[in-house]
Every structure is written in structure tokens, then in C-alpha cells.
Write a protein that binds this ligand. Structure first.
Ligand code: FE
Length: 200
């Protein structure tokens, strides 16, 4: 908990561990095997839904102009070409291309939505009320605080994720990477660059 936040509200709520234990106990009492449901999800979250998927998409888009055009036109169809999944409720994937003049950044003002099969589960700061509210109102300041100091002439566009429309930023390709193979290009791409709080 941050220093200075009103803690009285939170003290009425049990710790995360206690709440998990309480839910687990109730499920056990009723003979429902929670672990059996959690294990596959845990596997997906730690082994399958990783930013390296988004990085693969970005590397392909940098290396293949036709693919980039398809990706920008219909993100869902283009990632399916690479065998990458999205849950059915992620009905649209909108890929946002950064340029020298425009920088895109994504958030979910309501909660924590991301294109998690491509970007990975959202980092803690993404779910923080402070990020969710301030990145909309004062994006340039928030990005600067996160280490990305954009020149004033760069326009910043903030995209608010919804349940059925997910976003991924297509970062600018770093200079000096001409002719690199796609796996080497993909290794340059970070989770934060796919969210838009970092450049490469
Ligand atoms: Fe959300």
C-alpha cells in the first residue's frame, strides 16, 4: 500500500492470502477442485501468454510490408496467420503503428484489459488507478515519469481498451537493424513497447 493513502478503507478487507484461503476452503467443502481449474490457467499465464508472441508479430510486420498492411487492417486475422490465438471475446485486435510523428499508448480506464495472449497479463502498474486515470489526462507527464520523454512535437494518442476491442502498439523499428532475421528483431521488442510506455 502506498504511504499516505487512506488505509482505514482497506483494513476492513482481509489480506489477499486470507481471501484466497477462504474461497479455497468453500470450494473444498463443496467438493469442487479449484486447483484443477487454476493449474491450466497458471500454465497459460506463465508459459503461453507472453510478450514474445507480440514481439513475433512486430518482427514479421517490420520485415514484411504486406503482412504489416494486413496486420493494420485486421489484427485478429493477421495474428491467426502466425498461429497465435485470441479468446473469442477479444472480438477485435487493433494494431496501432507508431511513427516519428505519432506515439500510441494503451490503457484500460475501467480495469485491466489487454490483448493478453500477445502482450502477457497486465503488469501491476497498468491496473493501478493512478496509471489508468492519469495516462489519459496527462499522458506526456506519465510517460516521462516512466522513463519515456517524448519530444513535444510528437503527438500522443491514448487508447482505452474495452472488453471486446484490444490494442497492441507496433513500435518503430530501431535504426541499424536492416536485414536482421525476424527472430533477432523479435528479441528487441519489449512488453512495455507493446503497451506504448517505452520506445525501442
Ligand atoms: Fe479492463
Amino acid at each position: 500500500m502506498h504511504e499516505g493513502t487512506p488505509e482505514s478503507h482497506f483494513r476492513r478487507t482481509a489480506s489477499m492470502e486470507d481471501r484466497v484461503h477462504a474461497v479455497q476452503s468453500l470450494l473444498d467443502e463443496r467438493g469442487l477442485d479449484a486447483s484443477a481449474g487454476v493449474a491450466p490457467l497458471d500454465h497459460l499465464a506463465t508459459e503461453e501468454w507472453l510478450p514474445k508472441n507480440g514481439a513475433r508479430v512486430v518482427a514479421r510486420a517490420w520485415a514484411d510490408a504486406d503482412y504489416r498492411a494486413r496486420l493494420l487492417a485486421n489484427g485478429r486475422a493477421a495474428i491467426a496467420e502466425l498461429g497465435l490465438p485470441m479468446p473469442p471475446h477479444h472480438r477485435h485486435l487493433v494494431v496501432l503503428e507508431n511513427t516519428a510523428a505519432v506515439h500510441n499508448v494503451i490503457c484500460c480506464t475501467l480495469c485491466s484489459c489487454t490483448a493478453f495472449t500477445l502482450i502477457g497479463l497486465p503488469p501491476d502498474w497498468y491496473k493501478d488507478l493512478e496509471y489508468r486515470s492519469r495516462v489519459v489526462r496527462e499522458s506526456r507527464t506519465v510517460l516521462r515519469e516512466m522513463g519515456l520523454d517524448l519530444p513535444p512535437q510528437v503527438e500522443i494518442r491514448v487508447w482505452d481498451t474495452t472488453a471486446d476491442t484490444r490494442y497492441m502498439v507496433l513500435p518503430m523499428r530501431p535504426a541499424g537493424t536492416e536485414g536482421w532475421p525476424q527472430d533477432k528483431l523479435a528479441a528487441l521488442v519489449t512488453r512495455d513497447s507493446l503497451i506504448g510506455v517505452a520506445r525501442l
